[in-house]
Write a protein that binds this ligand. Structure first.
Ligand SMILES: Nc1ncnc2c1ncn2[C@@H]1O[C@H](COP(=O)(O)OP(=O)(O)OP(=O)(O)O)[C@@H](O)[C@H]1O
Ligand SMILES: [Mg+2]
Length: 401
């Protein structure tokens, strides 16, 4: 139906699909020009450099020891600031890690990943509540583990593709010919998962990006089920990951905010599950539904004979404000109810984290000088404590303390 426009330019009658399409095109054009100015096409993301103290902390050695290595000409040469301070790139830190491991007292002191017999850790980050902090948790966890020397694969399973954008891949422009996990899990002619894995600018961190094409899996699965050829659809992610099992220590999967077939497949692939909770009453109420639906769905999967055992499941408190009394009541209530399944370290709410997100960066990527020092330090300490608690769980699963 044609649009009728009155004299004032107010459209009185227009097909909704037309309106939505126009709005979409306008928004895409605006976003495109904004991106062109913020991130010129040839710009690629880079990890910032680390002060010698930060590098030493990541490696678990003293700064004076790193300084001695530098003076002795061992390992990579750090960049020197005009004030003669040493700056290490993430690649320098990885090179030092490999150097230190050669003379380590115990094997694995500097390379904390899998040893013979340890199984791949697949961590699904989920909750069907939108905005509960899944992507922020996934991105910081994946980057921190990579900086600590784990070989990490981050998977964006959310068609909204925020994790993808955070890692410098533009979901609408860089993936026109596919390249998401959908290609490796679709029912007809899936590609080897290797073909959709790409390295990032962070050593030890690879990415499988996402975009709207992932929605195809939600549409195709019922069709395949009705035709009887979906097989064990919920194992498609697990089976795809089995092809690259040897290449990684940890896989982190950022799930979409719904309990669809993608999330169910991630849940069936996971060895560890992180449920993000923003401690506010409405969120906690919807979580009760999420848990019940998840349990019901897992029953259905288990009935088909699948092994639903996990190594661990934990709740992560996100955007937590310690000065907020109602939040504290909810946190106390959750800790009483769920005990040690609520991780001790919460992710604090911080403008440093949300501001970094505005420029498509994690807190680990932004320069500390971009923020008030105490704001940055408080946020990064909370993220490190949270991620290191998860790293401990991983080590425990492998039988180490
Ligand atoms: N600790 C934090 N402090 C401040 N802001 C935060 C924090 N964690 C997340 N945010 C902000 O909250 C918003 C939602 O976070 P995030 O995208 O991680 O949630 P999500 O669960 O992945 O959302 P979705 O369900 O849409 O995928 C983002 O704008 C993010 O920058
Ligand atoms: Mg998200």
């Amino acid at each position: 139906m044609a649009a009728k426009t009155m004299a004032g330019g107010i459209s009185t009658h227009q097909d909704l699909n037309e309106v939505i399409r126009q709005h979409s095109e306008r928004l895409a054009a605006q976003l495109h020009s904004q991106r062109e100015s913020l991130f010129p096409p040839d710009a690629s993301k880079q990890m910032r450099k680390f002060m010698s103290g930060e590098a030493a902390a990541l490696l678990g050695v003293n700064d004076s020891y790193l300084r001695k290595l530098h003076l002795d000409g061992k390992g990579p040469s750090p960049e020197l600031t005009p004030g003669n301070r040493r700056l290490y790139s993430a690649h320098d830190i990885q090179a030092l890690r490999e150097l230190l491991e050669k003379t380590a007292r115990k094997p694995g002191d500097y390379l904390p990943g899998r040893r013979d017999g340890d199984h791949l850790q697949i961590i699904g980050v989920m909750n069907f509540k939108g905005g509960s902090g899944k992507t922020t948790t996934s991105a910081h966890l994946a980057q921190r583990l990579a900086l600590l020397g784990y070989r990490v694969l981050a998977i964006d399973l959310d068609p909204q593709a925020s994790l993808t954008a955070l890692h410098g891949v533009q979901p609408e422009f860089d993936l026109e010919d596919g390249g998401t996990l959908y290609d490796a899990i679709r029912y007809d002619d899936p590609v080897p998962i290797r073909e959709v894995i790409r390295p990032t600018y962070i050593p030890n961190l690879d990415l499988i990006p996402g975009n709207l094409e992932l929605m195809e899996f939600e549409h195709e699965t019922p069709r395949a089920l009705s035709q009887g050829n979906a097989g064990l659809f919920f194992f498609r992610v697990k089976e795809a990951l089995a092809q690259v099992d040897d290449n990684y220590d940890v896989v982190v999967i950022d799930c979409p905010p719904q309990l669809g077939f993608l999330t169910m497949s991630a849940l069936s692939a996971s060895t560890g599950v992180l449920v993000t909770i923003h401690p506010e009453m409405l969120d906690v109420m919807s979580m009760s539904q999420f848990l019940r639906m998840t349990a019901d769905l897992m029953d259905v999967i288990a009935e088909s004979g699948a092994d639903m055992s996990h190594d661990w499941m934990r709740y992560v408190l996100t955007r937590y404000e310690p000065s907020d009394a109602p939040q504290n009541r909810i946190v106390a209530f959750l800790r009483t109810m769920y005990g040690e399944t609520v991780l001790n370290a919460p992710m604090l709410k911080s403008t440093a984290i949300s501001d970094a997100g505005l420029t498509k960066q994690t807190l680990y990527e932004v320069e500390r000088s971009a923020f008030t020092r105490s704001t940055y330090d408080r946020a990064v300490e909370s993220l490190n404590a949270l991620n290191d608690e998860i790293a401990d769980l991983i080590q425990k699963t492998w039988g180490r303390s």
